[in-house]
Design a protein. Structure first.
Length: 321
């Protein structure tokens, strides 16, 4: 795929034979669509477009984009509807179905912006309930994870302790932990510069004493590496940047050893829920901690924490006698 979408895109001629979109224009459209994305988003969008290409019987993602755009508004939306039904038939989660449809809608939106088409893709996603369980393993579960690392001073244990501390004590996402560089940690503060989800600038956070001490202990044991990353792999070959799958595996294995079912985002869930407990349900304060853009997400956390539906059900049953 051409990684440089700088060459001008040419609108699809109305009299194009057979409604075919120029292959070069389609390739550059797709490159422009993927350009500037974070590595995780790039992998997700690329996988989504590739999945649509397989469904459409196209030889490549470029060919699938050309096929979709050349169909025109009615047939393209009909194809998207068939794809939606196909995704549901595979038993995929609503979140996955919605993400793949959103990728197609975004692609067409960019094509419209660039003058390739004059229409939009209007097929909506499925209704889904996000954050069904926002409680995570809880403070007790978090302490049991840390207990698995107590008394251990080897580099791997020190690294893993610092990671677990950041996931819970600062409520970081695992992608945010992966993106941390050595230069992002300022011990004199202490301060940590975090590039949050969907952000273009890093935010300065103040780590409490315990996670700051955990980072310092890890840095003292961190092996020499050319990587700029704060957290690196400890296996051979070269100690490169730690990735999200490794962090997921670290947390899962610590949980298995502690008898706790947990994943990295579950630690973030637990920390946000606990912040709501400690602040008496102050959603605005919790929003500052969690760095969520939409306060309504914190309302879901608070509802789960208070079990409002359960409380009302009990009151209703008591009222009915």
């Amino acid at each position: 795929m051409d990684p440089s979408p700088c060459v001008a895109l040419v609108p699809l001629p109305k009299d194009a034979p057979g409604g075919q979109l120029d292959a070069t224009a389609a390739r550059r459209l797709l490159a422009a669509f993927l350009a500037g994305r974070s590595p995780a988003t790039l992998r997700g969008y690329q996988a989504d477009v590739d999945d649509f290409a397989r469904f459409a019987g196209a030889a490549s993602a470029d060919a699938a984009a050309a096929l979709l755009l050349a169909r025109g508004p009615g047939p393209a939306n009909e194809l998207a509807l068939h794809y939606k039904a196909h995704l549901q038939g595979r038993g995929l989660s609503p979140a996955t179905v919605n993400r793949r449809l959103a990728a197609l809608r975004s692609l067409i939106k960019l094509a419209r912006t660039l003058g390739l088409v004059t229409w939009s893709l209007d097929v909506e996603g499925l209704r889904s309930e996000a954050y069904r369980d926002t409680r995570g393993p809880g403070t007790a579960g978090y302490r049991r994870l840390l207990a698995q690392l107590d008394g251990k001073a080897d580099p791997r244990s020190l690294r893993d302790r610092a990671i677990v501390r950041l996931l819970y004590d600062l409520g970081l996402r695992r992608a945010e932990v992966c993106r941390l560089d050595l230069a992002d940690y300022e011990p004199a503060g202490p301060a940590l510069l975090v590039l949050g989800k969907g952000r273009s600038e890093k935010q300065r956070l103040t780590p409490p004493t315990s996670p700051a001490a955990a980072i310092a202990a890890w840095l003292a044991a961190r092996p020499a590496s050319e990587a700029a990353a704060l957290f690196v792999r400890l296996d051979r070959p070269a100690n490169g940047r730690l990735d999200g799958s490794t962090i997921y595996r670290v947390v899962r294995q610590l949980g298995e050893a502690a008898g706790v079912r947990v994943r990295p985002h579950g630690l973030r869930h637990s920390s946000i829920t606990r912040v709501l407990d400690l602040s008496g349900g102050d959603i605005r304060a919790a929003q500052r901690f969690s760095r969520h853009r939409d306060v309504r997400v914190l309302e879901r956390y608070d509802d789960s924490r208070e079990d409002l539906a359960g409380q009302l059900a009990r009151r209703l049953a008591e009222d009915a006698g």
